[in-house]
Design a protein around this ligand. Structure first.
Ligand code: PLP
Length: 486
């Protein structure tokens, strides 16, 4: 696929077509602002009205094209409208299969379950059960928490700083974000928050392996402290790489420590693979990097091949709940199962997991190498094609690990500058100061280069006061960011 760039207008008639299309797009955006809720999210940062999308490219109504590094918040493993997906959808539509099937058995569900189980670590899949949930990651998180509360007869939950698990009550309770929780009364109070090993801004102020060791030691000692205030919990839930938290990968040794600590105390371990699954981190499932076998895995996003689908898969010993214990109307989306099965098989067959590891490592290395020329890049991290670039105030005082203050204002301007350059990137992390790259696994080498060129140019333009257009980075001209969240 060729790399897309914003179109050039060559004739007067083409110019008037483009301006009519731009006016139509502006009108749609105006109506959206007038009619949709103030809680709308991505629409605020990306005033784009997509008309067509293919692979990594999104084309707006106004004819502008963008490289999409958001991929439906990490959903589109194969990019937009991959032929494997559209063919599976077309075949299913033509077959006359019911599009809505509650939780009845269908050939598409049977095929999807086969395809999914074939990708799971054998030690987990061999004795696993699957539950089809309402079609969003958050509902599968609810199901996993409720299942473990039912199975253990306990209430409390262990969750981590920086976590994101969704927006329904239980998922929100185990998430870290304070601003979205504060206005909601009565969220499950019995959540014990443990420190996630975030090396760059280490909760213990030491970073690296040592920070991760301290995080594990803290968790273990807290659970064993008879006056530590933690009643034996129903489960621990964690992300192997925190996504919305800013592409923060947990060290494999830390994940193994969490497995040991929970197993020794009879606490079920739920791993949330909603964002990390289906090859994104350079393993089919991110737990495979560490060899950890969890008690439950929560999956959504990419498993539906771009259509809504969410499941929880768990060890059969926990299959204790009563019929209807986690029911819902939209648990039988036939098209999503067909698209998902096709996607899972294609990712496995085409070696896209290894490709994600290789391209991701190359992209991260090139971004890391930019740190000298662009001192606003404080940290480059991630795993596979889940990459975070944390932007900082390069003149602010460093903390005990050497990290400069986060620069959310800079990040906001970089996101806008990327959009101007035909690149869609989203922010995340503690202060929304981390640029997150989640390109599809099918990203070509040329597209990867174009993403990096546009991002580097945008960071240089914002932080060095340089206009875009390919000149060198002027050192010493960095604009000051207060470091405070916008
Ligand atoms: C790790 C993780 N868990 C759960 C969710 C919630 O999924 P959904 O937005 O489909 O409810 C997300 C969404 O970004 C996520 O990243």
């Amino acid at each position: 696929m060729t790399v897309s760039t914003p179109p050039t207008v060559s004739t007067a008639s083409a110019a008037s077509t483009v301006s009519a299309a731009s006016a139509a797009a502006d009108a749609i955006l105006r109506r959206q602002r007038a009619r949709e809720s103030s809680a709308r999210t991505y629409a605020r940062s990306f005033p784009v009205v997509p008309a067509r999308a293919y692979g990594m490219t999104v084309e707006g109504c106004d004819g502008r094209r963008y490289l999409d590094c958001l991929s439906g918040a990490g959903t589109l493993a194969l990019g937009h409208n991959h032929p494997v997906v559209t063919e599976a959808v077309r075949r299913t539509l033509e077959s006359g299969a019911p599009l809505h099937a509650l939780d009845l058995a269908t050939p598409q569900k049977d095929e999807f379950t086969d395809a999914l189980f074939a990708t799971l670590p054998p030690a987990f899949a061999d004795r696993a059960r699957i539950h089809f949930c309402g079609p969003a990651g958050t509902d599968a998180v609810e199901a996993a928490l409720k299942l473990m509360q039912t199975a253990t007869g306990r209430q409390g939950l262990l969750a981590f700083t920086g976590a994101y698990h969704g927006m329904t009550a239980g998922a929100l309770a185990v998430s870290g974000g304070v601003a979205v929780k504060r206005p909601v009364p009565g969220l499950a109070a019995d959540v014990t928050r443990l420190p996630y090993p975030y090396s760059y801004r280490c909760p213990f102020g030491v970073g690296g392996e040592r920070g991760a060791e301290l995080s594990a030691a803290y968790a273990e000692r807290l659970l064993d402290d008879p006056k530590g205030g933690v009643v034996p919990p129903a489960a621990m839930i964690l992300e192997p790489v925190q996504g919305e938290g800013g592409a923060v990968p947990a060290p494999d040794g830390w994940l193994r420590a969490m497995r040991r600590i929970t197993a020794e105390r009879g606490i079920p371990l739920i791993v949330d693979e909603v964002q990390t699954g289906v090859g994104r981190t350079g393993a089919f499932w991110a737990v495979e990097h560490s060899g950890v076998v969890p008690d439950a895995m929560v999956m959504s996003k990419a498993i539906g091949g771009s259509l809504p689908l969410a499941v929880v898969v768990y060890r059969e010993d926990y299959d204790v709940w009563a019929p209807g214990a986690h029911t819902g109307t939209f648990r039988g989306n036939t098209l999503a199962m067909a698209a998902g099965a096709a996607t899972l098989r294609y990712v496995a067959r085409e070696g896209l997991v290894g490709r994600a590891a290789e391209v991701g490592a190359r992209m991260a290395a090139r971004l890391d190498a930019l740190r000298g020329a662009l001192p606003a890049i404080g940290d480059v991290r991630g795993r596979g094609l889940m990459i975070g670039v944390e932007l900082v105030d390069p003149e602010g005082p460093p903390d005990s690990c050497g990290a400069r203050p986060p620069a959310p204002g800079t990040a906001d301007r970089v996101r806008a500058a990327c959009l101007e350059r035909g690149l869609i990137v989203e922010l995340g992390g503690r202060y929304d100061a981390t640029v997150r790259l989640l390109p599809p696994l099918v990203i070509t080498d040329e597209e990867a280069e174009a993403v990096l060129d546009r991002l580097a140019d945008a960071i240089a333009a914002v932080t060095c006061g340089r206009d875009g257009g390919g000149g060198g980075v002027r050192a010493g001209a960095a604009r000051r960011d207060t470091g405070r969240p916008a």
